[in-house]
Each structure stands twice: as structure tokens, then as C-alpha cells.
Design a protein around this ligand. Structure first.
Ligand code: PRP
Ligand code: URA
Length: 211
């Protein structure tokens, strides 16, 4: 596995919050809140390399040289449904980012992604894109989402997942070696149904209370 492409965010706050997500007894309200909090912490780390430029301003006391964001604007693209749970946390830190949506579900038999929705900002090709989805399992959904974005001309894409499986990382490294992956944990494996082990179960169902 090309581990250089995977950034595992070992921050104690992220790891503590992730332990609550993993527990089967955690209820919908707490689960949803914590997904948002982890997304915000992950966003902080994944935007570490954003470009800045120096400008001159006046404080109430003196002139000062300060640094502000420069470079390309950002877009956040959640993979529906579960990715929606991460959007508000990301927007807390980058409120001027535009948000696109890619709707994919995994066929339970083939585990391949099926597209049902795609709406992206019209200037998406001019933006750096942060794709968010709590789970990277086989990698089919993330790989398809990255494929759509590349077809629309996007050149700089990062994936943010709360939990990744080695199988998904492998697939992304093979199909999209230019894409960096950020996750809070790289778990052991997938089970026979394509669920991440130990994982946290079905992220969409736990965020929206559909099971
Ligand atoms: C889950 C998850 C990812 C996908 C990961 O979505 O949120 O999008 O599975 O699996 P993969 O890496 O094998 O593609 P799901 O298909 O369950 O849809 P949902 O978010 O609507 O529940
Ligand atoms: N999708 C989920 O929501 N959970 C998994 O473990 C795998 C795919």
C-alpha cells in the first residue's frame, strides 16, 4: 500500500471522538454531532498546505504585515448521503467554500457505486476540492466521485474520510495516485459484506437514524 498518500490524523481529540463513534450504543444525536466535530478537526489538518500571501493592515495600535489565504478557492463535495454529515463541520472553518453534491450508493450485491445525483458549482474546475465521506471501504464510491470531478476539469482533489480500509486505500492509490487521503483511522480489513472491520457500522444509517 502506498502509505505516503494516506495521512492518518492521530490527534488525541480526534481519536477520543472516534472511539465514541465506534461504540454501538452511541445514539443518533451524539453520533451526528461527533461526525461534525471530527470533520472540523480533520479540515484543520487537511488545509495545512493552503497558500497564503502577505498583506499590510492597520491594527488599532500600529501598521502590521499579516498573512491571508491566497491561491485557488475551495469547494467541499460530500458523497451522499453520509458525506452530508461532515459538511457543516468543514464550513465552520472555511465558510466561503462552495458545496457540490455527488449522490452514490453502493449496490449491496456487487458493492459497486451507482450514481443518482451530481450537482457541482459551475466554476468547480477553478477550485481545490475536498471530497468528504465518513467511510472509505472498497473505494468504489470515492474513486467514482474523483473520476466525475476530474472529468469536470478539477486538478487538485483531497479525500477526507473518518475511517478507511486498506482495500479502499489500495484502490485509490491505483486508480487516482495523485489524490491525497486524510483519515482518522486506517482499520484492519473489510468483511464479506464490504463493511469495515472494526469500523463503526453503516455511517449513513447512524447519522440519519434510518436503522
Ligand atoms: C457508504 C459510505 C460510502 C460508501 C463506502 O455509503 O458513506 O459512500 O458506502 O463504500 P465503498 O468505499 O465500498 O464504495 P452507502 O453506499 O451506504 O450510501 P449512504 O451514504 O446513502 O448510506
Ligand atoms: N459503508 C459504511 O457506511 N460502512 C462501512 O463499514 C462500509 C461502507
Amino acid at each position: 500500500m502506498d502509505t505516503e498518500k494516506v495521512h492518518i490524523l492521530n490527534h488525541p481529540l480526534i481519536q477520543h471522538k472516534l472511539s465514541i463513534l465506534r461504540k454501538e450504543t452511541t445514539g443518533v444525536k451524539e453520533f451526528r454531532e461527533i461526525v461534525g466535530e471530527i470533520a472540523m478537526l480533520m479540515c484543520y489538518d487537511a488545509t495545512r498546505d493552503l497558500q497564503t500571501k502577505e498583506i499590510k493592515i492597520k491594527t488599532p495600535v500600529a501598521n502590521a504585515k499579516v498573512r491571508v489565504l491566497a491561491g485557488k478557492k475551495l469547494a467541499i463535495v460530500p458523497i451522499l448521503r453520509a458525506g452530508l454529515g461532515m459538511v457543516d463541520g468543514m464550513l465552520n472553518l472555511i465558510p466561503s467554500a462552495k458545496v457540490g453534491h455527488i449522490g452514490l450508493y453502493r449496490d449491496p450485491q456487487t458493492l459497486e457505486p451507482v450514481e443518482y445525483y451530481c450537482k457541482l458549482p459551475p466554476d468547480i474546475e477553478e477550485r481545490d476540492v475536498l471530497v468528504v465521506d465518513p467511510m472509505l471501504a472498497t473505494g468504489g464510491s470515492a474513486s467514482a466521485a474523483v473520476g466525475f470531478l476530474k472529468k469536470r476539469g478539477v486538478t487538485h482533489i483531497k479525500l477526507l474520510h473518518i475511517i478507511a480500509a486498506p482495500e479502499g486505500v489500495e484502490r485509490l492509490s491505483r486508480e487516482h495516485p495523485d489524490v491525497q487521503i486524510y483519515c482518522a483511522a486506517l482499520d484492519e480489513k473489510l468483511n464479506d459484506h464490504g463493511y469495515i472491520v472494526p469500523g463503526l457500522g453503516d455511517a449513513g444509517d447512524r447519522i440519519f437514524g434510518t436503522k
